[in-house]
Design a protein around this ligand. Structure first.
Ligand SMILES: Nc1ncnc2c1ncn2[C@@H]1O[C@H](COP(=O)(O)OP(=O)(O)OP(=O)(O)O)[C@@H](O)[C@H]1O
Ligand SMILES: [Mg+2]
Length: 227
């Protein structure tokens, strides 16, 4: 395992302006995720976990501080360059999956590969192998509306992993999954972090997940604390 940092935050703070009031979500978050690591974030509802993931992914702007992906600050990039870097380097599993409703499971999972310029046949092969890995080999042609909540979540996981990103951010990826399916996702993550040195940052309430991860942090009282 290399010690190279994939994602770092320095002095990261976020406040939302809520009418006349400012809501300070967190302050001065110092964090680093390294190659081949799987790190968990826990915290009560409203503690700022999704806000933090969005900032780390360059999807939202910090009030102050800086996020770097492989040494490149999101802030220093123009929109087009930022999107390109995000597509290349990051996989993101949203808390509410965000699949494209008019496309099948296979097409959804192929999307990041096609955006990256992969040939259709190759993209199909990679995406269907991943869908197989998450237990959806029999559901390739189903649209999101024809899938269960847990199945949609697994399509979103396959989609986030398809283009071999350096770093994967997941917001409650196993929230709707039973124990057996969660275990399959765990095995897939462990395989990818070991074989491909992918780095994972996972927001979770799942105690079982915490047991096999490298580190865990709690987000509370506006700070991130190692637990
Ligand atoms: N766009 C926004 N404008 C104003 N306040 C916001 C906005 N988005 C989030 N917040 C507030 O920021 C705080 C953190 O929200 P966030 O969604 O990050 O929490 P969370 O830890 O992900 O919660 P959950 O576990 O319920 O998903 C909450 O108090 C929320 O109300
Ligand atoms: Mg959230």
């Amino acid at each position: 395992m290399s010690n190279q940092a994939v994602l770092t935050s320095t002095g990261l703070s976020k406040q939302y302006r809520d009418g006349k009031r400012d809501v300070q979500v967190f302050e001065n978050i110092e964090f680093a995720l390294h190659k081949g690591e799987a790190v968990a974030i826990v915290g009560s509802s409203g503690s700022g976990k999704t806000t933090l993931l969005n900032l780390l992914a360059g999807l939202d702007k910090a009030s102050s501080g800086c996020v770097e992906i492989e040494g490149q600050a999101w802030d220093a990039l123009r929109d087009a360059k930022r999107s390109k870097l995000r597509n290349e380097k990051l996989g993101f599993v949203y808390q509410f999956h965000h699949l494209l409703p008019e496309f099948s499971a296979l097409e959804n999972a192929m999307m990041p590969l096609l955006i990256a310029g992969e040939k259709t046949a190759q993209a199909k092969q990679i995406a269907s192998a991943l869908l197989q890995d998450v237990g959806l080999g029999e559901r390739l042609d189903h649209r999101p509306a024809q899938l269960s909540g847990g199945e949609r979540q697994r399509v979103a996981i396959a989609r986030a992993l398809a283009h071999d990103p350096a770093c994967v951010l997941m917001d409650e990826p196993t929230g709707n999954l039973d124990e057996t399916t969660s275990k399959e996702i765990q095995e897939l993550i462990v395989r990818l972090k070991t074989d491909k040195h992918m780095a994972f940052l996972i927001v979770t309430h799942d105690e079982k997940m915490l047991s096999w991860m490298d580190r865990a942090y709690r987000l509370s009282n506006k700070t991130l604390t190692l637990i």
